[in-house]
Each structure stands twice: as structure tokens, then as C-alpha cells.
Write a protein that binds this ligand. Structure first.
Ligand code: COA
Length: 371
């Protein structure tokens, strides 16, 4: 006979809220005050002053690089992009989702037991594969890397098929720096769990890509743009958002597990968009996005008076990546191009200080054995 659900004294925390699982020197997220530090620096400061390569080194080596180290790393990353290009998957036929293409491309990489430049190969490969997919999916040939360029410039050039101007490169650099690391988010946790078993770096990164694909984590920016298109004009926002909530759907780009304020990265990206506009480069959806954010914040505050739900990083990610000419299908892969720096650094930390991650579960099924 089936017995009753067994009582357990262990606490089940389904989303692991408030569970601190590791010590890290990589980034600090303060959800109450709305502050993000990467390697000890406020994200606002880094996003204005540092290149993506410098952030990679900050995360991987623990300090911002001097000129020589930065130049060396930039060159090495360029060489890795060029080396990966011929090894990449040459068809997007079976990959309608860019994250699947990215996962499959990086899964082909075999690293000699986490060789010294394994991290560089993976960071480089992510950019090459993400850019190539966005062209292959529309029947175009991928563009070969130019190893002499910065990672950001080359990624944008390979994606667009033309030379971007320096305002566009600066905007994308701000984006990649801003998303490079963010505490113990779901994909980073996934990477650390895989690393904790003694598995290799490429496997950990591939697992993290799978986690980032989900709309509750890194998959929201494409749907944010869909939402802006569906709303069309500021005066439609309140009614559209209300109907969405009535149907039990979530407003994409709003809310966050940790932040009880507006996500500080949303402000950084909004400022980058302002700079882009000031340079004469129009952001077609910025003004509408601001109106929709305002309407969404107000409706969500009414509906959830005790749960602050504000714009998160993905809201303005959509507007920024759209403004520099990337298609919405490439938004999540571009997120991975930035976040891979954090994943690799977390894997290294996990390997150095961590233990096998092995939580428990509470069995609530029937007891079928006879006593
Ligand atoms: N739109 C509508 N309702 C939302 C919401 C949103 N964007 N975010 C949270 N809520 C609601 C939840 O449905 C929940 O309501 P309920 O108690 O009636 O079920 C309530 O607010 C509390 O949310 P909670 O479960 O504590 O949120 P979470 O921490 O599990 O979720 C996110 C965090 C990011 C997953 C969530 O805010 C969300 O789904 N946002 C939209 C997707 C998105 O932008 N993802 C990118 C994140 S960077």
C-alpha cells in the first residue's frame, strides 16, 4: 500500500533564493541598492572606460591589464578567432535557434585538459559562431575574422557584413562589458555545477549556453523587441500590457530575482543608447521603449504592490542591439558572446576553491515497499 508523503525536516528551496553557494572575487550584485561591481569596479565606470578584452583579463587574472598585456591578449584572441573559423559548423540548416548553433559549434571544441589558452579559444569561438549563424540562417556566407581588429569590432563586422562606425562599436563594447559577469546567475551556476564534477571547461560553457537560452534568463531580449513591435505606439502600451497580464503572461524585460530596484545595467545601456543618438545614430525604438517601460512599471506596481518589478538588463539590450543593426534572433547569442568571459572565470574559481555540487531533494512520492 502506498504510504503518506514522508515528512522531512530538510528545507526545500525550489529556486535556491537566498542560498549562497560560493565565494567569488568576480562580481557583486546588491539587489537592494541596485549596484553591480565587476572585479570590484562599479559597472557604470567599467562600461565607459574598459574594452571587452580588458574585462576578460580583469575576470580571468584579477586585475585590469597594463597596455602590453592588453595588446597581447587582444592579438591572441584575434588569432583564436581566425583559427576557429575553418573549424566552425558550415551550415545552419538544423539550427533555427542561434543558441543551438552556438552550443553545437562550441561542443566541437576539444580542449587539451583545459589548456592554457582554452579560455581564449572559447571566447573567440563564441563570437565567430554567433556572427556566422546570423548570416548562414539567411543564406549568406559567413565572413572570416580579421585578427587585427578588437573582438567587439570584429564581431560586429562579421555579423553585419560591413564596417561598423566607432559609435556602434562603442555601444556594443558597453554592452559586452556590462553583461560579462553577474554573480551566481543561472547559466553561471550551471557552468560551475558542471565544473564541480571535474569535467572540462568546454563542457561547462556548453551547459551554460543551454541555461542562457531560456526566456527567464538570457532569452528575453528578442521577445522584448517583439513586444515593442506589437505595442507599436506609446498610447497602446497600457492596454496591451494589461491584456498580456490578464492572460497570465509575464512582461519580458521586467522583473529580476535579485534586484528590488531598476537593474543598474538597464541604466548603463540606456545611457549608451543616448550616446549613440547624440552621435547622430538614430535608435528607432528608444523613445517607444521608454514609454513602454514607464507603463509596465506602473501596471506591475499596481498588480504587485509588495514586489518591486522594474526594467532588467534585457529590456534595453533589445533596444541597443537593434539600434546597431543586429537582428533579434542574434540577441541571445550576443549575450553569450559577452557572458562567456564570466563563465570561464567562474569555472576557474570553481576548480580552484569549489567542491562537488551535490544538493539533496525531498522525496514526496509514494513508498511502495512492504514493511
Ligand atoms: N511580468 C509579470 N509578472 C511578473 C514578472 C513579469 N516580468 N516578473 C515577476 N512577475 C510576477 C510573478 O508572476 C509572480 O507572481 P505570482 O506570485 O502571482 O505568481 C511575482 O511577480 C513574483 O515573482 P517571482 O516569482 O518572485 O519572480 P522570480 O524571481 O521567480 O522571477 C524573473 C524573476 C526574471 C524570472 C521574472 O521577473 C520574469 O519572468 N521576468 C520576465 C523575463 C525576463 O525579463 N527575463 C530576463 C531576466 S534578466
Amino acid at each position: 500500500m502506498e504510504s503518506q508523503i514522508k515528512e522531512t525536516e530538510k528545507l526545500t528551496v525550489s529556486g535556491l533564493d537566498d542560498i549562497c553557494f560560493a565565494e567569488t572575487k568576480l562580481s557583486q550584485v546588491d539587489g537592494e541598492s541596485g549596484q553591480l561591481l565587476i572585479g570590484g569596479y562599479p559597472v557604470e565606470e567599467l562600461s565607459e572606460s574598459a574594452s571587452f578584452e580588458a574585462i576578460c583579463l580583469l575576470l580571468l587574472r584579477g586585475s585590469l591589464p597594463n597596455r602590453t598585456d592588453l595588446a597581447e591578449f587582444t592579438t591572441s584572441l584575434g588569432k583564436c578567432r581566425a583559427a576557429f573559423f575553418p573549424m566552425m559548423l558550415q551550415s545552419a540548416e538544423n539550427y533555427s535557434n542561434g543558441m543551438d548553433f552556438l552550443r553545437a559549434s562550441l561542443a566541437q571544441i576539444e580542449l587539451q585538459s583545459d589548456s592554457a589558452n582554452g579560455t581564449e579559444i572559447l571566447i573567440a569561438a563564441a563570437a565567430v559562431a554567433a556572427a556566422a549563424w546570423s548570416r548562414l540562417r539567411v543564406g549568406r556566407q559567413p565572413i572570416a575574422p580579421d585578427p587585427t581588429l578588437s573582438h567587439t569590432e570584429d564581431y560586429l563586422r562579421m555579423s553585419l557584413g560591413q564596417q561598423p562606425n566607432h559609435h556602434m562599436i562603442a555601444a556594443l563594447n558597453t554592452y559586452l562589458v556590462t553583461v560579462a559577469d553577474h554573480g551566481m546567475n543561472a547559466s553561471t551556476f550551471a557552468a560551475r555545477v558542471i565544473a564541480s564534477t571535474g569535467s572540462d571547461l568546454a563542457s561547462a560553457v556548453v551547459g551554460a549556453i543551454g541555461a542562457l537560452k531560456g526566456p527567464l534568463h538570457g532569452g528575453a531580449p528578442g521577445p522584448v523587441l517583439d513586444m515593442l513591435d506589437a505595442i507599436g505606439a506609446p498610447e497602446n502600451a497600457a492596454m496591451w500590457l494589461d491584456a498580456e497580464l490578464q492572460q497570465g503572461r509575464r512582461i519580458m524585460g521586467m522583473g529580476h530575482r535579485i534586484y528590488r530596484t531598476r537593474d543598474p545595467r538597464a541604466a548603463v545601456l540606456e545611457r549608451a543608447l543616448q550616446n549613440l543618438e547624440a552621435s547622430g545614430h538614430k535608435s528607432p525604438r528608444l523613445s517607444l521603449a521608454r514609454s513602454v517601460e514607464k507603463a509596465a512599471s506602473s501596471i506591475l506596481a499596481e498588480r504587485y504592490p509588495n514586489r518591486p518589478l522594474h526594467a532588467n538588463v534585457e529590456f534595453y539590450t533589445a533596444v541597443l542591439l537593434d539600434a546597431i543593426g543586429l537582428p533579434r534572433e542574434q540577441f541571445s547569442p550576443t549575450f553569450a558572446v559577452g557572458r562567456i568571459a564570466g563563465w570561464c572565470a567562474h569555472v576557474a574559481e570553481q576548480k580552484k576553491f569549489g567542491r562537488l555540487v551535490r544538493p539533496q531533494s525531498t522525496y514526496v512520492g509514494p513508498m511502495r515497499h512492504q514493511r
